[in-house]
Design a protein around this ligand. Sequence first.
Ligand SMILES: C[C@@]1(CC(=O)O)c2cc3[nH]c(cc4nc(cc5[nH]c(cc(n2)[C@H]1CCC(=O)O)[C@@](C)(CC(=O)O)[C@@H]5CCC(=O)O)C(CC(=O)O)=C4CCC(=O)O)c(CCC(=O)O)c3CC(=O)O
Ligand SMILES: NC(=O)C1=CN([C@@H]2O[C@H](COP(=O)(O)OP(=O)(O)OC[C@H]3O[C@@H](n4cnc5c(N)ncnc54)[C@H](O)[C@@H]3O)[C@@H](O)[C@H]2O)C=CC1
Length: 196
Amino acid sequence: MAEQHTDRNKLFPVFLKLDELKVLILGGGAVGLEKLSALLKNDPEANVRLVGLTVQDEIKTLGERHPNVEVLVKKFGLEDFDDVDLVILATDDRELHVRVKKMAKAYNLLVNVADTPDLCDFYLGSTVSKGPLKIGISTNGLSPTFSKRFRELLEEVLPDETPRLIRSLNKVRERLRGDFAFKVKKLNELTRGLVE
Ligand SMILES: C[C@@]1(CC(=O)O)c2cc3[nH]c(cc4nc(cc5[nH]c(cc(n2)[C@H]1CCC(=O)O)[C@@](C)(CC(=O)O)[C@@H]5CCC(=O)O)C(CC(=O)O)=C4CCC(=O)O)c(CCC(=O)O)c3CC(=O)O
Ligand SMILES: NC(=O)C1=CN([C@@H]2O[C@H](COP(=O)(O)OP(=O)(O)OC[C@H]3O[C@@H](n4cnc5c(N)ncnc54)[C@H](O)[C@@H]3O)[C@@H](O)[C@H]2O)C=CC1
């Protein structure tokens, strides 16, 4: 029973608008590239500033292809926090991570630290997209590999007509006249067949 309790995933999922927020990624190596790719996979228009003492060519190329991605080859400085909403630390310097996490806290910024769940305010999850549908997956840090495989499974099984179905339900939703309770009742009746 005690084990079940500690296993419960208490993380609260939210869906962020990366075209309105700005993310700072610190570190231009393999992990920096992985995190940048994860952001751009969800939104190619994502606002990102990536800062690294050294920066891989693949990251520089992404910076050239995405106008909202700023790539700076330099040492971290407090000015990198300007206009930033979220921070992802992905350098190979753990002491730097501890220091930058403290500074970010003073600026009220939320921080993800690669490889160090204890220092993270939030985790990245695996994400599945099908048109307007997005599903986020988390194992509470226990097995990112499970998240990845489960994402692959969902990508396989979600019907291709899912986006069309969501759009038609949106049309019905917009056409329905009546008060809130009536709309909820009507939409629930219409969609009952999806789960029975
Ligand atoms: C806690 C968390 C914090 C965070 O990073 O946000 C975290 C932490 C750590 N990851 C590690 C390793 C790996 N991470 C991946 C992959 C992903 N990791 C992601 C998220 C998260 N990783 C958060 C929890 C998410 C959850 O609860 O499910 C994904 C979902 C999103 C993303 O990062 O983009 C992305 C899948 C994207 C997709 O869908 O494909 C693979 C698999 C692979 O690459 O094939 C491996 C190797 C195999 C393995 O270990 O399982 C290590 C050990 C490092 C070491 O050993 O040195 C730590 C540190 C630790 O656990 O201490
Ligand atoms: N490579 C991988 O797939 C994995 C790596 N990790 C861990 O994640 C961390 C990062 O890994 P990699 O990206 O492979 O390392 P890397 O060595 O390729 O990249 C580190 C980056 O941090 C930058 N950096 C260091 N100090 C800096 C500073 N003061 N200001 C700005 N930039 C600075 C470097 O210039 C470089 O771009 C390491 O701690 C590693 O152990 C964990 C899991 C997997």
